[in-house]
Design a protein around this ligand. Sequence first.
Ligand code: CTP
Ligand code: MG
Length: 166
Amino acid sequence: MTWSNMLVNCLVTAGEAIWFFLPAYFANATPVVLGGGKPIDLGRNFLDGRRILGDGKTFRGFLLALAAGTLIGALQQRLFIGFIMSLGAMLGDMAVSFLKRRLGLKRGDPLPVGDQLDFVAGAIALTAPVVSIPLSYVIAIVVVTPPIHLGTNALAYVLKLKKKPW
Ligand code: CTP
Ligand code: MG
């Protein structure tokens, strides 16, 4: 196999992986635009006196993320996978927020790698038991997501959708 063949194969796999995880991408992005309102932790603190999740995790963001991801799944003719994947994405996002608060990081403070891959990890965890995911897709999505995430967040910052550029 030539180098150019390998490059084409990598790009095709990356494209297929993004298509596969598209419901998770939409679920993760939707709250940035449409989220807000009542926080899921209802403003309460954990045992350490810090917020359980923080004001960045809201009911509206959560529900609209599920709706958006499920809609994308439906358009891909796999509604249930879209729903489960979106749920996983949001649970992964919340798990990392929980971890960030325990580390004393405030809402919006960066946690490199965690911030970029929380939703992908959650999506994989909940989707893998339902449908087999090629290992190549997992590797591809872990590689391509951080740069895509950093790029789209910087764009959201420029568009004043996000307060922080990461
Ligand atoms: N968001 C929301 N509800 C959710 C998830 C996200 O409303 N369940 C919105 C919030 O406005 C949040 C934004 O989407 O600020 C971006 O999400 P994220 O970057 O994950 O949150 P952070 O503000 O960085 O908060 P944290 O430090 O807890 O990760
Ligand atoms: Mg997050």
